[in-house]
Ligand binder design. Structure first.
Ligand SMILES: Nc1nc2c(ncn2[C@@H]2O[C@H](COP(=O)(O)OP(=O)(O)OP(=O)(O)O)[C@@H](O)[C@H]2O)c(=O)[nH]1
Ligand SMILES: [Mg+2]
Ligand SMILES: [Zn+2]
Length: 313
């Protein structure tokens, strides 16, 4: 047997996954096509993909220039989503995220706070810092904006960063650029809101394909088909993801959900029952704040919708 020479073991970041092949980039910016070493064992059956985009891995080079992934380094966090094709368990959408950026548009299509709130809860639950981008701000001249400003202010009050952007005024992207420099960030949001357009503005060398919005439905067509990490020219990685409709919330009990609503954290300590779900229980600290208007009705509505969805058949 030949002993392993430590200098042969290299580390890299997984930037793309296409089934059994992975694209990995090492610290010297070399790109390799890599496969998982044959005897690689998966720890948990609940996860349908053993390696995810964003993973840091150790690899060995093959003579033909490809690579073999030998080990996955511990993940700092990851964003799961329900397994596709009727499979059980979940899929890791992306791992080791510094910022999960939810991109929505103020119009065409108009954002839903329910979507934003579900995203925020997922981030809180999985230890990921969320950021909100409200895009297509140029359209604010054509629509009433009171409610949009109201929501935007509420999210800021809760401690979330909110950016108002438009691809027509690229200079307003500068603070966002500074924030994501040297970080691993991911764009998540419904189809047609401008994720790929923003990505192309942040790194013009990309020229990723954007979609046309279908006029009649304002729903937007689906263009981006898989998550992929793009190295940024100023340092860091940014991932564009396909239009995502739902986030996974796994192993979360109903009474835990309020832990992921910052405005409920203090109030929930005043509930009579430690497993209070803040829906029908007597002497509930959260319901008191809902009644007095200190917890916004739209947030509580999201809370109730999410709690209902946690109850799996
Ligand atoms: N008015 C306006 N239109 C925008 C803006 N940003 C993007 N769009 C348009 O919105 C449409 C959809 O943009 P994309 O970047 O493809 O949207 P996406 O979020 O990547 O969509 P998927 O890849 O399907 O998830 C395109 O026609 C863009 O030109 C903006 O700030 N203002
Ligand atoms: Mg796209
Ligand atoms: Zn309660």
């Amino acid at each position: 047997m030949c002993p392993i020479n430590r200098s042969d073991i290299l580390s890299a970041r997984v930037v793309k996954s296409t089934g059994s092949w992975y694209e990995i980039i090492d610290s010297k910016a070399n790109t390799y096509s890599a496969r998982l070493r044959g005897k690689f064992r998966q720890d948990t059956k609940e996860v349908t993909n053993p390696i995810a985009v964003g993973d840091e891995v150790l690899f060995e080079q093959n003579e033909d220039g490809t690579a073999q992934i030998t080990e996955i380094l511990e993940r700092k966090n990851f964003l799961p989503r329900k397994a596709t094709h009727g499979r059980r368990g979940y899929q890791i959408l992306i791992a080791n995220i510094d910022y999960a950026i939810v991109v929505v548009s103020i119009s065409q299509p108009q954002y839903k706070t329910g979507f934003i709130d579900r995203f925020l809860v997922s981030c809180e639950a999985y230890g990921i810092e969320p950021i909100i981008i409200m895009n297509k701000w140029d359209l604010s001249l054509q629509i009433p904006t009171d409610e949009i400003y109201f929501h935007s202010n509420q999210y800021e009050k809760l401690g979330y960063k909110v950016f108002h952007t438009s691809i027509q005024t690229p200079e307003i992207l500068e603070p966002l650029r500074l924030l994501i420099k040297d970080k691993l960030s991911v764009f998540i949001g419904p189809s047609g809101v401008g994720k790929t357009s923003l990505l192309n503005l942040i790194d013009p060398s990309l020229k990723e394909k954007t979609s046309e919005i279908s006029d009649y439905s304002n729903k937007g067509k689906h263009t981006t088909t898989f998550a992929k990490l793009v190295p940024l020219p100023f340092g860091g990685y940014l991932a564009d993801t396909p239009g995502i409709r739902e986030f996974g919330l796994y192993n979360i009990q109903d009474w835990e959900l309020s832990l992921y609503f910052p405005e409920m954290l203090e109030a929930r300590t005043r509930c009579k029952f430690s497993t209070c779900t803040h829906i029908h229980e007597p002497s509930c600290g959260v319901l008191e704040l809902v009644d007095s208007g200190k917890i916004e009705a739209f947030r509580y509505l999201s809370y109730m919708n999410i709690i209902e969805s946690l109850v799996e058949p």
